[in-house]
Design a protein around this ligand. Structure first.
Ligand SMILES: [Mn+2]
Length: 311
């Protein structure tokens, strides 16, 4: 076992996951933990690449097998979403903003979880608490994480603290946050070159709803019409993956960030379909239920599904 401590977010990494790894490793380095290294548990998405290129920040190292590796988890705390072959005993710290999902350690660790819009804002606070100066680059990354995770403050997960953090961080980063946020959204929703499989796996997480094995993904676009011609191919990929991964159901949120609504695509067995219809109080038509004002997987999709399948 080496001394390196990998700071790493969840699989199918999004911007908050990647930037939290980078900015938290940077903070730990500044605080004397020189062995902390930012890592990423999968390929970077277009939004994250645009962001890192803009602020000229190097891409994190890839970590896809955590055998014998010490890790700090950021932006997740569920083993189903963590890098493969991770031993819970090797988790050194957790900094997150999701529901607590079944981690057990043999000894006390630093575990910080707050119900705010993004891990980025929690880390920005930790810089302040530790009196570590935030560079232009780190400010830009944490600002972008909040803008991305809260869909430019539109998500119900957004809190006043997130807005205050973006205000502060954008001044340090020297960019107009709303203008920059639109550029991030454009980079994220450019799906022209993406295959149906890329779209499904771009932001995909696994869950266990009282024994019902589920995958719940999300793709955010500025216009749902862009996704329509790929809809059948996406459904085919969802069915293929459900078989291959032995899941009972897969939900893919096709989220229109401008209209603030989601088309919830569904494939699954009969029991799962009944649970899905119960969760969203509707009838599946053409493999989906459309819901206005639904933007957040964490707050508006996972809790009703958990409730519907509770035994
Ligand atoms: Mn996040």
């Amino acid at each position: 076992m080496t001394d390196t401590i990998y700071v790493v977010g969840h699989k199918s990494p999004d911007t908050d996951s990647v930037t939290s790894a980078i900015t938290y490793a940077n903070l730990k380095n500044a605080l004397g933990m020189k062995e902390a290294v930012a890592a990423v548990a999968g390929d970077l998405n277009n939004e994250t690449k645009f962001l890192l290129d803009f602020f000229k920040v190097p891409y994190p190292v890839k970590l896809t097998d955590a055998t014998d590796k010490k890790v700090i988890l950021v932006d997740h705390n569920e083993m189903a979403q963590a890098v493969d072959k991770l031993n819970m005993e090797n988790i050194v710290e957790v900094v997150d903003h999701h529901k607590i999902g079944g981690i057990a350690t043999g000894k006390p660790i630093f575990f910080l979880n707050e119900p705010v819009g993004a891990t980025g804002g929690i880390i920005a606070n930790l810089y302040e608490q530790n009196k570590i100066v935030i560079s232009k680059e780190m400010a830009g990354l944490m600002m972008a994480a909040i803008l991305s995770d809260t869909v430019l403050f539109k998500s119900p997960t957004c809190t006043p603290r997130d807005k205050a953090a973006v205000d502060k961080l954008s001044r340090i980063a020297g960019v107009d946050p709303m203008k920059f946020g639109m550029d991030l959204l454009k980079a994220k929703s450019d799906i022209s070159a993406k295959s149906a499989k890329d779209i499904l796996l771009g932001d995909f997480k696994k869950f266990d709803f009282s024994g019902t094995k589920a995958g719940v993904g999300q793709i955010e676009v500025m216009d749902l019409a862009d996704l329509m011609q790929k809809r059948e191919a996406i459904l085919a990929e969802m069915n293929k993956m459900m078989e291959a991964e032995k899941l009972n159901m897969i939900v893919l949120m096709l989220t229109d960030v401008m209209k603030e609504a989601s088309d919830l695509l569904f494939v699954g067995d009969a029991a799962a379909a009944a649970g899905f219809e119960k969760a969203f109080d509707g009838k599946l038509a053409n493999n989906s239920i459309y819901r206005e004002k639904v933007l957040s997987r964490k707050k508006q999709v996972i809790p009703p599904l958990e409730g519907a399948f509770k035994k």
